[in-house]
Design a protein around this ligand. Structure first.
Ligand SMILES: [Zn+2]
Length: 309
């Protein structure tokens, strides 16, 4: 809190943050309420107060459908990143918060020297035994990689869970080589988030501590010295998920049972609706699903005779 009693924004330091709404846990129903604040300057939306590290861990219970990482998604989730990195000569890659994704094995397959980080010790063992890939165990800042170690860093479906995002992004920038690239995947706070408000599925409190728009994310990256070079909107919409949840909640209210939790999959007719709605949102650069590519200024390290970066 600043002297005025207001909060200093985690990304832009403005103290013009206000209570946005009081959220509930949409994935696991509980009686708990979570105050959500929004920075009027950069648009960052965040949980306040923030849970301690121990409290935060406890929100990932066994009932949580994405317990082993959002990252659990199939090849479709990381295809745009694979496409982006294929334009470069293979080099060293660090994936932060690997989860049980097959992204690193796919990158190893095409010649990259891959490493990852993971807070689940079972996943660390699995990657060593089944894929011959070393995952650093713990939080990025605690692992402490050398300066300028990596040609590429990927953070896919993880940033929203990260505490102290500016210190984290400064660390990412430190371990990137000059000319190295950062590939991020986030749930984008765009028009769909504005439309659905507290019912938008892209902000999963209390596991997500932050919710980024392109503006607040760009600000975060630039303050760490990175340059945003491009982005890619995926045609994924949370609107059909909201409709299913609304129908379930209405049915439960009539039956006087507990509030419905958010669905993790869609019935077929709504699955068909997801793609066209998502395409429209993506074409307007407002879909809820966004890849952002950034670069650390400096020379692009390329072996002699390599193609353009
Ligand atoms: Zn801000």
């Amino acid at each position: 809190m600043s002297k005025t009693g207001r909060l200093a924004c985690y990304v832009c330091s403005s103290d013009d943050s206000r209570l946005f709404y009081v959220g509930r846990d949409k994935a696991l129903y509980s009686a708990a309420h979570f105050p959500i604040f929004r920075c009027e300057e950069c648009g960052l939306v965040y949980l306040n107060p923030q849970p301690t590290r121990e409290e935060h861990q406890q929100f990932y219970t066994h009932e949580y459908p994405f317990r082993i990482g959002h990252h659990a998604g199939g090849a479709g989730l990381y295809a745009p990143v694979l496409g982006h990195l294929r334009q470069r000569e293979p080099g060293t890659l660090l994936d932060i918060g690997t989860g049980n994704s097959m992204f690193l094995p796919a990158m190893k397959e095409i010649g990259w020297d891959v490493k990852g980080t993971e807070i689940d010790s079972e996943i660390v063992e699995t990657f060593r035994d089944e894929h011959g890939i070393e995952l650093g165990y713990g939080e990025l800042e605690d692992i402490g990689y050398d300066d300028e170690s990596f040609d590429a860093v990927t953070i896919l479906g993880v940033l929203e869970h990260i505490r102290q995002p500016q210190a984290f992004m400064d660390e990412v920038t430190r371990i990137l080589k000059p000319g190295g690239v950062l590939c991020l995947y986030i749930f984008n706070r765009g028009a769909e988030a504005s439309l659905l408000g507290r019912y938008w599925g892209g902000f999963d409190v209390p596991r997500h501590l932050f919710s980024y728009s392109t503006r607040s994310l760009t600000r975060l990256l630039e303050r760490s010295g990175l340059r945003v070079t491009g982005g890619h909107h995926q045609p994924i919409s949370f609107l059909p998920f909201f409709l299913v949840w609304l129908a379930m909640r209405t049915r439960n209210r009539i039956g006087r049972s507990a509030s419905a939790t958010f669905p993790t999959s869609l019935p077929r007719p709504l699955r068909l609706l997801n793609t066209p709605v998502g395409r429209i949102m993506a074409s307007m650069k407002h879909s809820s699903s966004l890849y952002v590519f950034a670069r650390k200024p400096g020379a692009v390290p390329q072996p002699a005779g390599a193609g353009p970066a």
